[in-house]
Design a protein around this ligand. Structure first.
Ligand code: FRU
Length: 491
């Protein structure tokens, strides 16, 4: 692949002639891995979801975007609007790197409503002559005509003493009639932290300090924080970088997780339970949440991670967003369930009821590349149960349930092409309760597995061959009694 020079990475989309761009678009459109019901970049690289909000009767969903190739170059926000979070209308770039404060990237941020207007707060990334990073927190307001107007100056320029310029990703929330912004930060001695600002007028932001948690040494940088109240609890999400793997935990290059607790802003304390990973698959990072039109807390993540090479890089595009998930806290535990409205994509229902045993059983007429499947485990005396999806003679994406350990494993060693620079080819997680259901969403190049009605989620990209469409069930020994319900998903 051609070398990405710094110059090429920081090219603006207008600087590239139409022909070159159309060539890129053609290459992307020809990819066999294009998704069908996930948000993906039209060209180039997608990363974090940004500026998620339900405003004036419509959803606004943006994402970090480098248009010109599958690398982390000059970032824009690419925007979609939607009536239902299932169908999306592409609106093109909404925030562009066009001021001196965001000259090297419009980085991640959030949306909020204030006095009837939609505002974005985001990090402007600038590099000085010595290529030193300068981070500013910027605000832009959406105008009637659908374009945005940026405030002329950052509302937070640089960072307070004690922190490095890794100071970013403001998430704005309202509490007791005031606006707050929670940001990810790094201390001068390279510890990840969360800091808080308050504003009463959108323009002036007061630094309140660092949120005290029990995690004083937990990675060198915390990115993409989020705070919300849910079912009587406070929840903080963030993405620590630099946490060592611990057995089956923290196996991805960077982590993304949550803590449930109690935030007391007057004392800047967060009294919390242990940090938990939001997702136990291979490809999940930088999620953000917002409230939908029904008042539900919805989460969307980036189905990818930084610093990994993906098989589509050579086709000029990379990554997608996850399907939206509805969050609740039930009996003190966070549950994540697929967005109900996705049911509107269901067609061609097929069902099957029966036993699977050690003889590999192909499920007829089941097969597919874009589908939703609910597997109810009605009785199980098998030591291990195997589900193979996207299978062919020599490929399959394997889900293993081990009854004794009560673990779920996603094994993609035979899934087809694999991303590189990833630790291992399997991810395992122990469930809280014996497995009674898998609710799986398969798209052309991804799989999202919800276990036990939202108890655990494993999200991964997979890159199987086009003919790998089979679905099979079997066991190591003993048998399992299963009810399958499958729907093809079509837009
Ligand atoms: C997370 C992240 C953010 C940053 C953005 C830049 O993936 O590194 O911290 O704002 O990506 O694209």
């Amino acid at each position: 692949m051609a070398e990405w020079t710094r110059e090429a990475r920081y090219q603006r989309i207008e600087d590239v002639d139409t022909e070159t761009f159309m060539e890129l678009k053609k290459r992307v459109d020809a990819s066999p891995y294009r998704q069908t019901y996930h948000i993906q970049p039209e060209t180039g690289l997608l990363n974090d979801p940004n500026g998620l909000i339900y405003y004036d009767g419509r959803y606004y969903i943006s994402h970090q975007w480098f248009p010109l190739g599958a690398v982390h170059g000059l970032k824009y926000w690419f925007n979609y609007t939607s009536d239902d979070l299932v169908h999306f209308e592409s609106q093109g770039p909404i925030l562009e790197p066009d001021t001196k404060y965001d000259s090297h990237g419009v980085y991640s941020g959030s949306a909020f409503e204030y006095n009837g207007h939609l505002y974005y707060m985001y990090t402007g990334n600038h590099r000085d002559h010595h290529w030193n990073r300068v981070s500013s927190q910027m605000i832009a307001r959406l105008k009637e005509d659908g374009t945005v107007e940026k405030f002329p100056k950052p509302v937070i320029h640089g960072q307070p003493e004690g922190y490095t310029s890794h100071f970013r990703d403001p998430k704005v929330f309202e509490k007791d009639g005031k606006l707050y912004a929670i940001l990810g930060a790094q201390t001068n001695n390279e510890q990840g932290r969360l800091v808080l600002y308050r504003s009463e007028d959108v323009v002036n932001w007061t630094f309140l300090g660092e949120i005290q948690t029990d995690l004083s040494q937990f990675g060198y940088m915390w990115e993409c924080p989020d705070y919300f109240e849910l079912d009587g609890h406070d929840v903080i999400l963030f993405c620590p970088q630099g946490v060592e793997a611990e057995g089956e935990k923290y196996r991805n290059i960077y982590q993304s997780g949550y803590m449930i607790g109690n935030l007391v802003i007057e004392n800047m304390t967060f009294d919390h339970q242990a940090f938990q990973e939001l997702d136990r698959g291979f490809d999940f990072y930088a999620p953000q949440t917002f409230v939908d039109k029904h008042g539900k807390r919805i989460l969307i993540g980036w189905m990818g991670l930084p610093d990994i090479d993906y098989p589509t890089d050579s086709e000029g595009w990379a990554h997608c967003l996850t399907i939206p998930r509805e969050l609740t806290i039930e009996n003190g535990k966070l549950k994540q369930r697929p967005l109900k409205a996705l049911e509107t994509l269901r067609t061609n229902k097929e069902t099957a009821l029966g036993y699977a045993n050690k003889f590999n059983r192909k499920l007829h007429p089941y097969e597919g590349k874009q589908y939703e499947m609910i597997i109810d485990i009605l009785e199980n005396d098998a030591t291990e149960v195997y589900f193979e999806l996207r299978s062919s003679r020599n490929e399959s994406t394997l889900i293993i349930y081990n009854q004794r350990e009560n673990t779920i494993t996603l094994d993609r060693s035979d899934s087809g092409l694999l991303p590189t620079n990833v630790d291992g080819t399997a991810r395992t997680t122990r469930l809280d309760t014996p497995l009674n259901q898998l609710h799986i969403f398969v798209d052309t190049s991804s799989i999202e597995i919800f276990c036990n009605d939202g108890e655990r989620v494993l999200t991964s990209r997979i890159f199987p061959s086009e003919n790998a469409t089979g679905i099979k069930a079997s066991t190591e020994s003993g048998q399992v009694y299963l009810q399958f319900t499958k729907y093809e998903l079509k837009k």
